[in-house]
Design a binder for this molecule. Structure first.
Ligand code: SF4
Ligand code: SF4
Length: 392
């Protein structure tokens, strides 16, 4: 696989192409049309930094440290700009946009497949040999490719799915057929348990772990990440921006850039895959490649922490033992974060709908008093109410 390794610039013609082929409003992330016109007229094209690559654990893949989380991306044109400027890893999933996200990625990969490593995910509910093979075959067809570089079991909440023998059999068959190259898992919840199980697995079956990690993460997550990286598991960070909540400028760089720098300064993290809707978000994120995390960034993150403290849930799941009805509070909060932080109501609703009603915020309706306790002081009853209002 060859990758473009030089710096590039997004010139006016490229920007116009994005605007014309895509949806201009979507490309500019909700900023005004006047803002778009200003960008188009700007005499200074955005100068892409020289991409920085690291090795993804024992896979040996050399990947750009800021890579592309495609789950929010409605247009292939933004992905094309990224691929043409040295970003060489894209992460999608069977379930994103009900399968449409893989179609968008496929359109961006046309003529570029040999420059980009493609990662996707089986459905969270898939466990049997038949399920896994069906998911991968569907992804291959939708992505219009003959192989997937990294296939991931989606959204593990404990270690159990790591050890399902049928799942492994299916993945081995697919590897032997050359349809997948490497296998990984993704997790948002009970992450230390999942990471440690990957290391303690006597077969060391899985090669990568996509894990939620940011400046708000608990120490046990960072410790498990370090242990897994030392064991050769390639660590890919997601949720690096603590929900991507909009804030006022908090310093010279945006809080999202400071948060991304924080995640990437951890030597155990190979790369981050921020979800990017549009060109302005892509430019914001890609700009941090090659930057180092400084004391000024730490101060920006302190202010960002204060700005999001009232609503950011780090998905630790600790509160769930204090709810007598066993509501899956962390998943409800994750869905809420997709709505309020990522501003993606569709993703938020589909995540919420995956929960059985008895484990969703619907179960709170006739609960006489909320006894659930958040280690970070969040008002859980209010969050559940908000989730019902926005998502139920
Ligand atoms: S509500 Fe609090 S305790 Fe529960 S998962 Fe979120 S941060 Fe953890
Ligand atoms: S209101 Fe609180 S304690 Fe009651 S079911 Fe909901 S989360 Fe659990």
């Amino acid at each position: 696989m060859s990758t473009k390794n030089g710096s590039g610039g997004l010139n006016r013609r490229e920007f116009l192409k994005v605007g014309v082929a895509g949806t201009t409003a979507a490309m500019i992330g909700g900023s005004s049309l006047a803002g778009a016109v200003q960008q188009l007229a700007s005499p200074d094209p955005f100068a892409f930094p020289s991409p920085v690559y690291r090795t993804l654990g024992r896979t040996g893949l050399k990947v750009s440290i800021v890579s592309f989380g495609a789950m929010l991306t409605p247009e292939p044109e933004v992905l094309k700009v990224a691929f043409d400027n040295g970003v060489n890893y894209v992460d999608t999933a069977r379930k994103y946009m009900d399968g449409k996200n893989e179609e968008i990625v496929a359109r961006a990969l046309k003529g570029r497949r040999d420059k980009v490593f493609v990662a996707t995910k089986t459905l969270p509910s898939s466990k049997t040999k038949e399920d896994i093979i069906r998911d991968v075959e569907t992804s291959l067809k939708t992505l219009e490719t003959d192989h997937i570089d990294v296939i991931q079991l989606h959204s593990l909440t404990d270690k159990d799915r790591i050890f399902i023998s049928e799942t492994r059999e299916a993945l081995l068959t697919l590897k032997q057929q050359g349809k997948v190259r490497f296998c990984g898992v993704t997790t948002h919840k009970n992450q230390p348990e999942v990471l440690n199980a990957l290391v303690d697995d006597k077969d060391r079956f899985f090669d990568t772990c996509l894990v939620a990690y940011n400046f708000e993460s608990h120490k046990d997550v960072a410790t498990a990440i370090e242990r897994a990286a030392k064991a050769g598991i390639g660590i890919i960070a997601m949720k690096t921006q603590a929900g991507g909540y909009k804030t006022e400028a908090l310093g010279k760089i945006s809080p999202h850039q400071a948060a991304l720098k924080f995640a990437l300064q951890n030597p155990s993290v190979t790369m981050a895959i921020p979800g990017m809707k549009d060109l302005s978000q892509f430019r914001e994120n890609v700009a941090v490649m090659g930057m180092t995390f400084k004391a000024t960034d730490a101060r920006i993150l302190q202010r960002y922490h204060a700005a999001v403290a009232g609503f950011y849930c780090d998905l630790c799941g600790t509160c769930e033992g204090t709810c007598p009805r066993g509501v899956d509070i962390s998943t409800v909060n994750r869905a809420l974060m997709y709505a309020e932080g990522y501003r993606d109501r569709e993703l938020a609703r589909s995540t919420y709908r995956e929960l059985p009603r008895s484990l969703s915020a619907d179960a709170c309706v006739d609960c006489p008093v909320c006894t659930a306790q958040c280690v970070n002081g969040l008002n859980i009853a209010a969050k559940m109410q908000q989730a019902r209002t926005l998502l139920a």
